[in-house]
Design a protein around this ligand. Structure first.
Ligand SMILES: C[S@@+](CC[C@H](N)C(=O)[O-])C[C@H]1O[C@@H](n2cnc3c(N)ncnc32)[C@H](O)[C@@H]1O
Length: 201
């Protein structure tokens, strides 16, 4: 996966993803955690206001590529479900195309909540279940067992928007849009900014 990931995503990056990353990441400042940082596609978009950048990536092959792009950022071998960071350490957490792949999204989001400072923000882009498009949803369900096997546990029918809300975040920005030039099964996407809810702060 690591060896083909950038080539596989290149057209989608050009068509929309790079712009979406840049737009969301322009809000980031202070201490930032990039969860499942992959090959480091977010790194070039980090603004100068980011004072500490931690790139967390459990896959050694991805991590090798990530290290080449990381510059001054810290690279951590860690899974979202068990983050080796103190409570309330980060101002922002980035989660881009990761909730589809983690083995336990609920636990991963609980960890994001734990390591985020009160009032901290989650910047996210996720492909999700196409519930409003029955034919595409059927295709996703049909392809999912094989796709999961081929694409390192990537699920096609997760409702990440709902999972983020349930984990104690409030959406400040929420956009649902087609991820252009992506395969139809991963084209339905949500992105936005979610704040750690004040009742938990
Ligand atoms: C589709 S890639 C996305 C990479 C990057 N975030 C991006 O936007 O290009 C998913 C990444 O999540 C990582 N990943 C898989 N399971 C994970 C877990 N439990 N915790 C954190 N990252 C995980 C994979 O190794 C992979 O690098």
């Amino acid at each position: 996966m690591a060896s083909i990931y950038d080539r596989f995503m290149a057209e989608t990056e050009r068509a929309c993803l790079a712009d979406w990353r840049a737009e969301l990441l322009s809000a980031a400042s202070g201490a930032v955690l990039d969860l499942g940082a992959g090959t480091g596609a977010n790194v070039p978009h980090m603004p100068k206001a980011v004072t500490r950048l931690v790139l967390c990536e459990p896959d050694p092959h991805m991590r090798r590529r990530l290290a080449a792009r990381a510059g001054e950022a810290e690279v951590a071998d860690a899974s979202a479900e068990q983050l080796p960071f103190d409570d309330e350490s980060f101002d922002f957490v980035c989660c881009m195309l990761v909730l589809c792949t983690v083995s336990d999204p609920e636990r991963a989001l609980a960890e994001v909540h734990r390591v985020m400072k009160p009032g901290g923000k989650l910047l996210f882009i996720e492909h999700v279940a196409a519930r409003q498009r029955p034919r595409r949803f059927l295709l996703q369900r049909w392809c999912e067992p094989v796709w999961k096997h081929l694409a390192e546990n990537c699920h096609l029918t997760r409702d990440s928007e709902e999972a983020i809300e349930k984990a104690g975040f409030e959406f400040e920005v929420l956009k649902r849009e087609s991820m252009r030039k992506a395969l139809p099964i991963i084209r339905t996407s949500v992105r936005g900014i979610a704040r750690r809810a004040t009742s938990d702060a």
